[in-house]
Design a binder for this molecule. Structure first.
Ligand code: FEO
Length: 398
C-alpha cells in the first residue's frame, strides 16, 4: 500500500520502518525496529533525497512510484552512501534512467565501489556551498564528513528551511503513527534510543559533529529531516542542545551508573551494596547494569548520559572479566571523554582487574579515576565496611 506523507511545501517523506531486523549493522539490538527515511521534492525539477535499506525496498519503491509515477525524476541526491540508505540507487536508476546522481567527490568514489555498473550514469559533483536549483526550491549543500562516513553531506532547502541531515539527528526505533517528533512524547518514546544511536554510531566523531553544528548556526533551520526516526519541526533547539552535549562529551545528567560483571553473584552483591550506599549518600539516581546481560550499546549510551561510572569487575584468567573487557574496549574505540570512574576489583587469589582497568581507562581523554579502589577477596563482608564507606565517599565527593 502506498504510504507517503507530505511534510512541507512540495516535499514528501517516502520511507518506511523495519520492525523485523533484530540488530542494526548486525551489532546493535533493535527492540523496536528502525526507520529508513527518504524524501522527494516535486518542483519544476523533481529530486529524490537518498533511497532506503533493502529490507524496506518494496515499500520505498511503491511510495516512489506512487509520488512520481511515470513523470521524470531529475535528480537523486545522495547525502549518504552507507547501504542502509543507498541500497536502492541502481534500482531507482533502472526505473528512471535519465536521473542525474548528485553527490560530492567522495560520494562517487563509494558509488563506484558499491555500484560499478553505474560508472557511466550522469553525475553532478557538488562541494561545500554549492546549490542545486529545482525551481521554487533550491538545495544548498553542507559537507558533514564523518557524520558518520567521510562522504556524508547535508542538503538545505532554502525555500522551506528543511535540512536533510543524513544520519545526524536520527534515532533507532520504528516510526509509529506519526512522522513528526512533536506527534510523540519524544522523551518517553525515543530519547533513550536517540542517545544509544548517537553514542554508538556517531559518538566517536564528536569533533566532526561540533564542526557541522557550528555550520548549522548560520542556517535558518525550520525543519530537520534525518535518515532515521521522526522529523523535527518544533522544539528543534531542544534536540540540537542534546547533540551539543553529546558531541562535547558533556554528561546529560549528574547521575551515577554502576556496571558490574559477576560469575556467581558475589561481585553483583557487592555492586548492589555499594550502589545503595552511593544513593543514600548522594541522593542521586543510581542505575545498576550487569555487563553480561545488558548489551554493550546500552552501557555506552548510559556512559554518554551519566557523569560518574562505577565498575565492579572480577579477575578472570589474570585479566579483566570478558564482558567488562569488551565494554571498556568499546569505550576506548568510541573515544569516551570527560568522565569520572570508580573501580572495584574482585579476585579470590590474585586480584588484578583493577590495575588492568586503570591502565586501559587511563588512555581516555580527560577522565578521572578515583582513589581508593575497592578490592574484594571472593566476597564483600562486614569487615570491609570501612573500605566500602571510603569507596562510596570518594564517588559522592568527586
Ligand atoms: Fe544510517 Fe550511516 O547510515
Amino acid at each position: 500500500m502506498i504510504n507517503y506523507r507530505q511534510i512541507t511545501d512540495e516535499t514528501y517523506w517516502i520511507g518506511g520502518s523495519d520492525r523485523r531486523l533484530s540488530r542494526f549493522e548486525n551489532i546493535f539490538p533493535l527492540a523496536d525496529g528502525v526507520s529508513y527515511n527518504s524524501y522527494v521534492i516535486k518542483d519544476q525539477k523533481t529530486a529524490l533525497l537518498d533511497t532506503a535499506d533493502i529490507s524496506i525496498s518494496d515499500q520505498f519503491l511503491e511510495n516512489l512510484k506512487g509520488i512520481i509515477g511515470d513523470s521524470k525524476l531529475d535528480y537523486l541526491v545522495i547525502n549518504h552512501m552507507e547501504p542502509d540508505h543507498c541500497s536502492q540507487i541502481a534500482t531507482v536508476v533502472s526505473m528512471y534512467p535519465d536521473v542525474t546522481l548528485v553527490g560530492n567527490a567522495k560520494t562517487f568514489t563509494f558509488l563506484s565501489q558499491f555500484f560499478p555498473e553505474l560508472n557511466d550514469q550522469t553525475k553532478l559533483t557538488v562541494a561545500e556551498g554549492d546549490s542545486l536549483d529545482l525551481g521554487k526550491h533550491s538545495l544548498k549543500f553542507v559537507m558533514a564528513p564523518m557524520v558518520h562516513w567521510p562522504e556524508a553531506m547535508f542538503s538545505y532547502d532554502t525555500a522551506t528551511g528543511a535540512l536533510f541531515s543524513a544520519d545526524a539527528f536520527g534515532t533507532f526505533g520504528a516510526i509509529d503513527a506519526g512522522i513528526f517528533a512533536d506527534e510523540y512524547d519524544f522523551e518517553k518514546r525515543f530519547l533513550d534510543e536517540a542517545r544509544r544511536y548517537y553514542a554508538n554510531i556517531v559518538g566517536k566523531y564528536g569533533m566532526q559533529v561540533q564542526a557541522v553544528l557550528k555550520k548549522a548556526q548560520g542556517i535558518d533551520i525550520k525543519m530537520i529531516c534525518p535518515l532515521h526516526g521522526p522529523i523535527w519541526r518544533k522544539d528543534i533547539s531542544w534536540f540540537i542542545d542534546k547533540y551539543q552535549k553529546w558531541s562535547t562529551y558533556t554528561p546529560e545528567d549528574d547521575d551515577i551508573v554502576v556496571i558490574y560483571g559477576s560469575l556467581y553473584g558475589h561481585t553483583e552483591s557487592a555492586a548492589q551494596k555499594a550502589a545503595d550506599l552511593i544513593r543514600q549518600k548522594s541522593g542521586k539516581q543510581v542505575r545498576i547494569y550487569d555487563a553480561s546481560q545488558t548489551h554493550t550499546s546500552t552501557l555506552i549510551s548510559e556512559v554518554w548520559r551519566c557523569s560518574k561510572i562505577v565498575l565492579f569487575c572480577p579477575t578472570y584468567n589474570n585479566g579483566i572479566y570478558i564482558p567488562m573487557a569488551n565494554f571498556i574496549e568499546d569505550m576506548i574505540a568510541l573515544s569516551v571523554q570527560k568522565r569520572t570512574f570508580a573501580l572495584a576489583q574482585n579476585g579470590s587469589w590474585a586480584p588484578a582487574s583493577g590495575k588492568l582497568m586503570t591502565e586501559k581507562l587511563s588512555t581516555l581523554k580527560d577522565v578521572t579515576i578515583l582513589e581508593p579502589m575497592l578490592t574484594i577477596k571472593s566476597a564483600l563482608h562486614e569487615a570491609d565496611n570501612a573500605e566500602l564507606e571510603a569507596f562510596a565517599d570518594a564517588i559522592v565527593n568527586a
